[in-house]
Design a protein around this ligand. Sequence first.
Ligand code: 13P
Ligand code: SF4
Length: 307
Amino acid sequence: MKELIEKINKLKKEKNAVVLAHCYQNAEIDEVADFVGDSLYLSRMAAKTNADIILFAGVYFMAQTAKILCPDKKVLLPNMDAGCEMADMINLQQLRNFKIKYPNTPVVCYINSTAEVKSECDICCTSSNAVQIVESINAPQILFVPDKNLGRWVEKQLGNVEVITYDGYCPIHHNISVEDVLNIKKENPNVKLLAHPECTEEVSSLADFVGSTTGIMNFVKNSTDKKFIIATEKGVVDRLKRDYPQKEFVLIKENLICESMKLNTLQDIYTSLKNETFEINVNKDISQKALKCIERMLDVSKTGAVK
Ligand code: 13P
Ligand code: SF4
């Protein structure tokens, strides 16, 4: 593994490439990553890099977002099968059908969506800034696609905006049940539960803290507690265990894994950089419209760094 890491780092220098890695990636990928974080942080880093090549160790919509932000750079995704089930739950026609039912209502899309969907939404958000973004619109009613759970959570935080949600969800977070929460809390009394807002409303309402990947990591960093129950993808727990060896972390249920995120391996990253595959391209017209949606978000939101 050490040899492979060295080879990747050498190629990065030779090709002036930068590697962005989402926290759900296999943890060893951090060894070759320039930036590790949540969706918001990584899109910010993509927007400001001077590199010629951006390799995105994440899923398709993330690489696509990087390409929209940097149309003149080469953007690579190491494994083309790394998609996002939630992003694929809404296509352009489904979005249009949804919008037609609520004319003149602003549409917010979660960054976990395709470029086509972004191109016909007013503003984008990530789980780090969803509340801030919806609030910034200053409308009594908004449409939110595709994640119904994040939309519900935002509505609850604000209290004065009606959030009409599309019926999408992340299968990994959505499958955490109230029963899972009650069982783990029984086994770990007085241990705080930290959950991602992609979890269902019922699960989020039982959590002690609800936040994005970076939000959860920052909560641990700033807490004096020694043990936590984590309700999000396993990659976050792997990094927390590595970064806070003196603390204990319990993943709410076994196999809470986004298989797509785990498709990228160090070998894939090496091959991808060496052969400059698989290059992500976005239709120019779609890209320009989607860019406006993403840039509006970046203008109103703050950063969310891990590395
Ligand atoms: P964040 O990176 O915003 O926490 O979102 C999690 C996720 O599901 C990424 O696909
Ligand atoms: Fe998509 Fe869920 Fe995987 Fe994130 S964890 S990439 S939302 S399927």
